[in-house]
Design a protein around this ligand. Structure first.
Ligand SMILES: Cc1ncc(C[n+]2csc(CCOP(=O)(O)OP(=O)(O)O)c2C)c(N)n1
Length: 341
């Protein structure tokens, strides 16, 4: 099973009428994509101002992440994200406050009480499981969770996210192999932005599509346009339904691009041209989806202005809240390090 879809600039090829999404649901998707973008832009400014130490940007990945979030049964399915998944966790229900509390390392940070690196997402209520920093280790966790979920006879799937670089790690191959052998309810989403920090895809693998690797483990691999939120939704939804229904795993490869350097600590001018970045920016997923909605008459100028105003207000409020929140105190240093009670 192989499908490839490519969205032309400014239009979404996915047949949205078949997706059963109301105009309100479509506007909501736009809201989540815009919120992720605005929050990310603010976090970059805060880093430049020296107010926060480190961040990983999701700009460019919004469609891949929000489209995938839509296919998750929130609070039932298990989500094992990676550090670039800000838009994913926002669309699942984490709040701008939650994100800012982590960025500022405040005591109320729901992921780790301000102790982990920012962007190591977790939420008990939303069944979002925190990853560790070594790339691809969380893929194994997702597979184990899917195995446990099946043993417990839950009607849930696990879904995990990673970049193209992660697919060069042994953990990726071990995880996919085990999942294939046991036909586990797990969906693997590769957000392929073409680079592992400065290493381009052609120096990582001798194939064009990461999705091809699924065939070696006995389950489908699907290529989808990661700049098209509705195409991603349709693809991941089908994969999640197959997983929940006992049909086994799927590897989804969402072809995308990150607009900013790998993290706040690197300079992408040393490994990619400005022309390449500009070319991809013409396919900005947030702008393409906005244009699609207005072309189809699904979003009025007034509604668009409302979304913009709401997003700006929420980002301002989240920053102010986090800045005013206390830091962790020394007596909590060992909390969550050793088991308690
Ligand atoms: C095992 C391991 N090796 C190297 C690193 C350093 N490192 C952090 S992120 C990263 C690149 C990962 O690239 P990719 O999986 O494509 O995701 P992207 O950041 O491009 O979204 C590397 C090499 C690490 N954290 N863990």
């Amino acid at each position: 099973m192989r499908q490839t879809s490519h969205a032309p600039t400014g239009a979404s090829p996915a047949d949205y009428t078949a997706l059963d999404l109301s105009p309100n649901a479509l506007t909501d998707i736009y809201y989540h994509m815009s919120l992720a973008r605005a929050l990310d832009e603010r976090m970059v400014i805060l880093h430049r101002q020296g107010k926060v130490a480190f961040l990983v940007s999701c700009q460019g990945h919004e469609a891949a992440q929000v489209g995938s979030a839509l296919a998750v049964n929130k609070g039932a399915d298990f989500v094992v994200p990676y550090y670039r998944d800000t838009a994913l966790v926002l669309a699942l229900g984490m709040t701008p406050r939650d994100i800012m509390l982590g960025l500022f390392a405040r005591a109320a940070d729901p992921c780790s009480g301000g102790r982990q690196m920012p962007m190591h997402w977790s939420s008990r209520d939303l069944k979002i499981i925190s990853g560790s920093s070594p790339v691809a280790t969380h893929i194994i966790h997702a597979v184990g969770i899917a195995y446990a979920s099946r043993l417990r006879r839950e009607k849930a799937a696990a879904i995990t996210f990673f970049g193209d670089g992660a697919t060069s790690e042994g953990d990726f191959h071990e995880g996919l192999n085990f999942a294939g052998v046991h036909k586990l309810p797990v969906v693997f989403v590769c957000e392929n932005n073409g680079y592992a920090i400065s290493t381009p895809q052609r120096k990582q693998m001798a194939i064009k599509d990461v999705a091809d690797r699924a065939a070696g483990y006995g389950f489908p691999g699907v290529v989808v346009d990661g700049m098209d939120v509705l195409a991603v939704f349709a693809t991941v939804k089908e994969a999640m339904e197959r997983a929940r229904g006992g049909g086994g795993p799927t590897l989804v490869e969402a072809k995308t691009y990150r607009f900013l350097p790998h993290s706040s600590d690197d300079d992408d001018r040393s490994y990619r041209s400005r022309e390449e970045v500009a070319e991809w920016r013409r396919r900005d997923p947030v702008e393409c989806f906005r244009a699609f909605l207005s072309q189809k008459g699904l979003m009025t100028a007034q509604r668009e202005a409302e979304v913009k105003e709401r997003v700006a207000r929420e980002v301002d409020e989240a920053q102010a809240f986090a800045e005013a929140s206390p830091l962790p105190t020394p007596d909590t240093l060992l909390r969550h390090v050793y088991s308690e009670g």
